[in-house]
Design a protein around this ligand. Structure first.
Ligand code: SF4
Ligand code: SF4
Ligand code: FES
Length: 287
């Protein structure tokens, strides 16, 4: 009996030591944090405070999940990968468009409540979930990839490596729509029907600059896609979690193509004589 007691005592003490380690040792220290989270259905709702324990290594999505587990079981949040790759968990943390799963609590001032709100540019559905379907409708309005016929009898194409490299950056997009959220044209003016927004301009650039694509989308970019609404504030580039240089590498070259094709008669003549989509330095040409 005595040995059983001492065994039990050892288990309890070792458990206490482990608990103490998990509370105080470097890397796992816990403390309380307050999260001020938007709760509501549709447009009506309010911010509510939740207190939960936080420890090193946690991201905001961990805290949200913990708050759900501790009682707020009906708190709606959209997420899938928890690895910054699916683009689902976009929200506004302390007023900044960010991914919940990639924002470490160690980057935030936990002395103050951390505010977590849904993206403001899109209609709210419930709590942190918004209706981002306008982005998919806008994507349908952009004409699809249309390659030239194959260059060789075996059905393959030849292209310059530099042309292929140019569009790789745009392929990193995870469609988180944080750039759409921060863009004042969509966020403040709600011009979703008139302006496709930075994400879809990245998509258009990926197609327009593709070395095999033969379509010229500059008419639509100017008219229905509303590229003229962009006044190059670069806010979209600053929030992109994939670090795509949205403004400099996608939007400005597209604007240059629109100007070349619609306002510069000499550039237009050169383009027609060369049979190319653009007069820029050998990039994005169709054969
Ligand atoms: S640079 Fe253009 S697309 Fe990007 S946030 Fe500013 S206005 Fe919007
Ligand atoms: S361009 Fe960047 S910010 Fe915009 S949707 Fe793609 S990954 Fe997100
Ligand atoms: S859960 Fe996939 S990007 Fe955050």
């Amino acid at each position: 009996m005595a040995s059983n007691q001492s065994f039990a005592q050892n288990i309890v003490e070792s458990g206490q030591r482990a608990a103490a380690r998990s509370n105080t040792s470097a890397g796992t220290e816990t403390r309380a944090g307050t999260f001020r989270i938007w709760r509501g259905m549709g447009a009506s709702g309010q911010l509510e405070d939740y207190s939960t324990s936080v420890s090193e290594g946690m991201v905001v999505l961990d805290a949200i999940h913990q708050i759900q587990a501790e009682g707020a079981t009906d708190l709606a949040v959209r997420w899938n990968c928890k690895a910054g790759k699916c683009g689902s968990c976009s929200a506004e943390i302390n007023g900044m468009p960010r991914l919940l799963c990639m924002t470490r609590l160690s980057e935030l001032d936990l002395e103050k409540p951390v505010t977590v709100e849904p993206m403001r540019a899109f209609p709210p559905v419930k709590d942190l979930v918004t209706d981002v379907s306008s982005n998919f409708r806008a994507k349908k309005r952009i004409r699809k990839f249309t390659p030239r016929p194959p260059d060789a009898p075996d059905g393959t194409w030849r292209m310059a490596q530099s042309d292929a490299d140019r569009v790789q950056e745009f392929r990193k997009c995870i469609e988180c729509f944080l750039c759409q959220d921060v863009c004042h044209v969509l966020r403040d003016h709600q011009l979703h029907e008139q302006f496709v927004g930075p994400r879809l301009l990245v998509h258009a650039a990926q197609l327009e600059m593709h070395p095999l694509d033969i379509l010229d989308r500059t008419d639509e970019l100017k008219e229905s896609h509303g590229i003229g609404y962009c006044n190059i504030t670069k806010c979209c580039t600053k929030v992109c979690p994939e670090h795509i240089t949205i403004t400099d590498n996608a939007i400005i070259p597209l604007k240059e193509r629109v100007v070349d094709n619609h306002y510069d008669p000499i550039a237009k003549l050169v383009r027609l004589m060369r049979g190319s989509k653009s007069t820029d330095t050998g990039q994005g040409e169709a054969r």
